[in-house]
Design a binder for this molecule. Structure first.
Ligand code: SAH
Ligand code: SF4
Ligand code: F3S
Length: 443
């Protein structure tokens, strides 16, 4: 073991935030110190993402920037973990000599020791070869910005194989973490002052379906959600993401029954046309999806509902695209995470010959964003005058003396408040609204 300075840079989804948080915990307990400036570090860790080409290009350009420093000092040594590390990390290590450790998402447990070893020279590759293997990092997450908020991964991998998506290839097979491990981690976090926990997975509602015939045979996501919410001192529990296919009524029952389970659901629809949904391998129709939305709104009238949507999937006609537009008009989401389709090598959709031209994908994306920003704005303006409980998270990125917080439905609220109020729950009267956030005053 040695003392050194490390820097972690996270790209991609919340699973990467969680992996970065666990690695921070492990490195810190081994005696390393963290810096925010990569150029000051001995070891720089990139937690990478492959979901779209843009996510990968960002990391490639960041990696290129180390050249002058490396040529002068032979530092920092760079570690690549996460999905892009699994997909192309070996090539990146050949291209950039400062890349010294590459590990797949299922070899997180080896990473702290490999980083220490790499300080003395050598290049270390630990890629996931068998998509079911697991050498996980047994370390509680140590969140950076917000000591009162944390993520917990409850299941690794994904078995859905949506035709456009790289995740099943880089994150491997679906595997639920054990109930005891999740609960112990949650209890530990709450005892350290965490007040909000988000349970994460590519498809949380499938939790437990792989437990087979053991003692946990019939233990499902709704049970886990309920047990986590019973931890005393935990003020808010969230979860993401839910696949529309197994979004069952028992999850809604727990959300209704347990006051600290936040009424917020991200239910990715991906497309509004049955033909496109079928070709995406999403396994539901537009009507089935909208029926689920109806059921959710009936049970939880105050719910905050968001979705993910891809435009310009191969073969998507203008009319089929218009069905996505009409779907978001009909469902009236609070938020839509929209993206232009990005071909991922090795996925069935990328091999199709009927790709939509990139300028047309961009045009469809801006149309979706235009429609949704009107809807979000209408929904958010409807909040003006209401008094809402806000967990104050951190100083707002812009605006002197402003703190940024979140409502139970995960809307961003900006309020004038002293920095000492960070981490507190406060009642806020909403005074203004835009498509992206609310503004308010402390009561
Ligand atoms: N498991 C989640 C989503 C994980 S990926 C689910 O099934 O909904 C996050 C989002 O990235 C997806 O919902 C999808 O909208 C988007 N995405 C995935 N692959 C993509 C691709 N090849 N091009 C563009 N967007 C993509
Ligand atoms: Fe990708 Fe589909 Fe799995 Fe989500 S459910 S991670 S979109 S394959
Ligand atoms: Fe990206 Fe991997 Fe998450 S591809 S979105 S980091 S699961």
């Amino acid at each position: 073991m040695r003392d050194g300075v490390f820097c972690i840079k996270v790209y991609g989804c919340q699973m990467n935030v969680y992996d970065g948080d666990r690695l921070r915990g492990a490195m810190t307990s081994l005696g390393w110190t963290e810096t925010a400036d990569a150029l000051d570090a001995d070891a720089v860790i990139f937690v990478t993402c492959s979901i779209r080409d843009k996510a990968e290009q960002k990391v490639i350009s960041e990696l290129g920037r180390f050249r002058p420093l490396w040529e002068k000092n032979k530092r920092p040594k760079v570690t690549l973990i996460g999905c892009m590390a699994q997909r192309t990390g070996a090539n990146l290590a050949r291209r950039f000599p400062w890349v010294r450790v590459v590990a797949g998402p299922r070899h997180m447990g080896d990473v702290p020791a490999l980083i220490a070893e790499s300080m003395d020279g050598g290049v270390f590759l630990r890629l996931d070869e068998d998509p079911s293997e697991m050498a996980d990092l047994e370390c509680a997450p140590l969140p950076r910005g917000n000591p009162h908020k944390a993520f917990i991964t409850i299941a690794h991998g994904c078995d859905q194989f949506c035709s456009y998506c790289i995740v099943p290839y880089v994150r491997g097979r679906f595997a639920s973490r054990l109930r005891e491990d999740v609960l112990n981690e949650a209890r530990g976090l709450v005892s350290r002052g965490v007040r909000e926990i988000t349970l994460i997975g590519q498809n949380v509602n499938t939790y437990g379906k792989d437990f087979g015939n053991g003692t946990c045979k019939n233990y499902r996501f709704a049970d886990l959600l309920e047990e986590v919410s019973e931890i005393s001192g935990l003020r808010r529990v969230r979860f993401t993401t839910s696949h529309p296919v197994d979004f069952s009524g028992d999850i809604l029952d727990v959300m209704k029954r347990r006051a600290n389970v936040c009424p917020g659901i991200n239910l990715p629809v991906q497309a509004g046309s049955d033909k496109v949904l079928r070709e995406m391998n999403r396994k539901y129709t537009r009507a089935e999806y909208l029926a689920t939305v109806g059921r959710i709104r009936e049970t939880l009238p105050e719910v905050g509902l968001s979705t993910d949507l891809i435009v310009g999937f191969p073969g998507e006609s203008r009319e089929e695209f218009e069905e996505s537009v009409s779907l978001i008009e009909e469902a009236r989401f609070d938020l839509v995470h929209s993206a232009a389709y990005s071909p991922r090598e090795g996925t069935p959709a990328a091999a199709r010959s009927d790709q939509i031209a990139p300028p047309e994908r961009a045009r469809r994306l801006s149309k979706i964003n235009e429609v949704q920003s009107r809807i979000s704005s209408e929904i958010n303006r409807g909040q003006i005058g209401r008094v809402i409980e806000v967990l104050l998270d951190e100083p707002a990125p812009k605006g002197e003396g402003l703190l940024q917080g979140r409502t139970v439905t995960d809307k961003v609220v900006l309020v004038k408040a002293p920095a000492e109020m960070t981490g507190r729950f406060r009642s806020v009267r909403i005074t203004d609204a835009s498509p992206w956030c609310l503004e308010g005053e402390l009561l």
